[in-house]
Design a protein. Structure first.
Length: 131
């Protein structure tokens, strides 16, 4: 490999006063933070919706059992399976579904908040660059 001892000269990102440049950079950082928060929130929302769908399907299958007294139902606990009754599993699944519905609602509200935050910083940066 061949290394050069010369320093590269870099141009400043903006040709304005340092106060304006620092506020531009601050808004850019805030925008990046808002976009990252939105991405994480959106991913969490998708995971919660997927878990919600799986829980609904499992609950439907458990409730459709024809002979709950004679059929055995196993639920997983870590790396083990435990025999349970249909009622116990249905109650547990309904509780999980309630908490997942709450979680989906919370992530939906957070997503709206982060989208508004992102849009605010985009609008502000556009206004600053238009001047």
């Amino acid at each position: 490999f061949f290394f050069s001892s010369r320093r590269r000269h870099t141009r400043s990102l903006c040709d304005c006063s340092s106060d304006v440049c620092s506020s531009d950079l601050e808004y850019q950082r805030e925008l990046l933070t808002a976009v990252e928060q939105l991405r994480v929130c959106d991913r969490s929302l998708q995971l919660a919706k997927g878990q919600q769908l799986k829980t609904e399907l499992t609950l439907k299958a458990v409730e459709e059992m024809k002979h709950p007294d004679t059929q055995k139902i196993f639920r997983s606990v870590g790396r083990m399976f435990i025999i349970s009754t249909q009622d116990e599993i249905a109650v547990e699944l309904r509780d999980n579904l309630k908490s997942l519905n709450t979680e989906v609602g919370r992530y939906t509200e957070l997503k709206k908040t982060y989208e508004a935050k992102r849009d605010h910083f985009v609008k502000t940066l556009n206004n600053m660059t238009a001047k």
